[in-house]
Design a protein around this ligand. Structure first.
Ligand code: SF4
Ligand code: SF4
Length: 127
């Protein structure tokens, strides 16, 4: 996702490119098209492009937005007793030897409680 946005009033004058102190803007002329490029990793968010643009085309407010972007969404398994998040459904796939410990999903508290209850069961199982 690009946070640097330019409106349709841009006329391609390149004032923003020429005045960007961080060299975060560039342009490429390809055939009958001029393409304006922005590199967010270089951008200092200084606002110079916004100030020098004669068309008021740089929508600088988007660069200043502080937001968290979802990068991955995974199915989550919750403790079957209290509902506390335990681990993602994908996690056990890489932990085959510990699979029996992880299933069924229990939070630390309820896993410990279940272990303690199992230890109390006399040899031969519960009657
Ligand atoms: S905010 Fe500053 S560093 Fe970023 S593109 Fe505009 S002029 Fe360049
Ligand atoms: S200064 Fe404004 S009008 Fe000129 S190229 Fe940059 S965004 Fe477009």
């Amino acid at each position: 996702m690009s946070y640097f946005r330019v409106s349709e009033t841009c006329n391609g004058c390149l004032a923003c490119v020429q005045n960007c102190p961080a060299r975060a803007l560039d342009a490429r002329d390809e055939g009958d098209r001029r393409i304006l490029l922005h590199n967010m990793a270089r951008c200092a968010r200084c606002g110079t492009c916004w100030r020098v643009c004669p068309q008021h085309a740089v929508e600088f407010q988007h660069i200043l937005v502080s937001s968290w972007d979802e990068v991955v969404v995974l199915p989550l398994l919750r403790c079957e007793i209290c509902g506390e998040a335990v681990h993602t459904a994908r996690l056990p796939a890489g932990l085959e030897p510990r699979l029996s410990e992880l299933a069924p999903p229990l939070c630390d508290r309820h896993r410990a409680a279940r272990r303690a209850a199992q230890l109390r069961v006399p040899a031969g199982g519960a009657s």
